[in-house]
Design a binder for this molecule. Structure first.
Ligand code: NAD
Ligand code: UD1
Length: 338
């Protein structure tokens, strides 16, 4: 056994895949989740995928007593902190909820870790901290200028972690900036289960392909990109979570403050995604070009070389695999975990 990891938000889209990857790699996993945007079924499914199921605690990361009990009951060696709210548009309408959930939860967690003497943390940050980048690919040392309360909450936690590390130089902190996670576990048992109208491209495309929605609305075809539609760095969620496992191993060997992009380095347009999904699913994905979505940028993809150098990790799964795995999940679970 490689030790016990606390995974906050472990029932969520990325957290559930991370649980599977950690257990696969030999870790014991304790999940803390309040299920505000997820289902306990996801964790049951992780239990079907893996030999040892994760231990589940239903609770809020802002609840200090709950955290203290977990740190008392288990010998936790590291924390993967996924819990938080993530809808950019919603964060504009509900800034206080976002700062409370994303920033306060992190403060409470760090204080509880400090008291328990747990010194390793991997934090889910986002490429959204870069705002509209001056050029692509985006390196970790680019200027940071998030444009939404969600993005600013991520940057605030990044700054808190940096300050915390200055005060505790022997601690290990990893701030992982994800690009666009998509796809699902190859078993088709766990995947992304957006509530209501999906904000993100891939779940929307999958719902059109399966017949749940009539057509995709493509937000603008007049960007300065090859086909005029927005370009992003889609990364298979399995690659992303494997990146977490190696990042965890790295920070346990190498105390410090680390900030690393997790992306593929490839830019894919909305229309490229539509074509790839049609090919993977054998279904047509009708679409209509509509006006740009406010706040969207033309193009965003990672320079992934730091992850390669520090972690010896690169994303290996193709766009076709992302679509095939998302399609398997969508077909097997047309209404998610419901
Ligand atoms: P998700 O909503 O599927 O998962 C988040 C989980 O955290 C959910 O299970 C939710 O119930 C739980 N949660 C939220 N607030 C909580 C709280 N206060 N206490 C306990 N549990 C709580 O989101 P995801 O896509 O898996 O994202 C995970 C993390 O990665 C988030 O921090 C998100 O901001 C970040 N991130 C996600 C993306 C993406 O595209 N999915 C991109 C960049 C960064
Ligand atoms: C969004 C978030 C970002 C977050 C990221 C990953 C916004 C403004 N940004 O980024 O903070 O880190 O998700 O979770 O919400 N598109 C369509 N039709 C759709 C949906 C999307 O054309 O129905 C286009 C978008 O205009 C964009 C691309 O598809 O060009 C990807 O969109 P999306 O999946 O929402 O991701 P991001 O915009 O990169």
């Amino acid at each position: 056994m490689m030790g016990t990891v606390l995974v906050t938000g472990g029932a969520g889209y990325i957290g559930s895949h991370a649980c599977a990857a950690l257990i696969e790699a030999g870790y014991q996993v304790v999940v803390l989740d309040n299920f505000c945007n997820s289902s306990p079924v996801a964790l049951k499914r992780v239990g079907e995928i893996c030999v040892t199921p994760p231990i589940c605690v239903q609770g809020d990361v802002r609840d200090r007593d709950c955290l203290d009990k977990i740190f008392h009951a288990h010998t936790i060696t590291a924390v993967l902190h996924f819990a938080g709210l993530k809808a950019v548009g919603e964060s504009v309408d509900l800034p206080l909820e976002y700062y409370d959930n994303n920033v306060v939860s992190s403060l409470v967690l760090l204080a509880a870790m400090q008291q328990a003497g747990v010194t390793n943390i991997v934090f889910s940050s986002s490429a959204t901290v870069y705002g509209d980048p001056p050029s692509v690919p985006i390196r970790e040392d680019f200027a940071l200028s998030p444009t939404s309360p969600y993005g600013r909450s991520k940057l605030m936690v990044e700054d808190i972690l940096a300050d915390w590390h200055v005060a505790n130089p022997n601690w290990s902190v990893c701030r992982l900036r994800y690009f666009n996670p998509v796809g699902a576990h190859p078993s088709g048992l766990i995947g992304e289960d957006p509530q209501g109208f999906p904000n993100n491209l891939m779940p929307f495309v999958a719902q059109v392909a399966v017949g749940e929605r009539e057509k995709l609305f493509v937000f603008g075809d007049d960007y300065a990109t090859a086909d005029g539609t927005g370009v992003r760095d889609y990364i298979h969620v399995m690659d992303l979570v494997e990146g977490h496992v190696v990042a965890l191993e790295y920070i346990c060997r190498q105390p410090g403050l680390h900030t690393i992009n997790l992306g593929t380095g490839n830019g894919v347009s909305v229309l490229d995604m539509v074509k790839a999904f049609e090919h993977a699913s054998g279904q047509s994905v009708p679409y209509e070009i509509v006006k740009r979505r406010p706040g969207d940028i033309a193009a965003c993809w990672a320079d992934p070389r730091l992850a390669e150098t520090l972690l010896q990790w690169t994303a290996s799964r193709s766009l076709a695999q992302m679509c095939e795995d998302a399609w398997r999940w969508q077909q097997g679970n047309p209404r998610g975990y419901a």
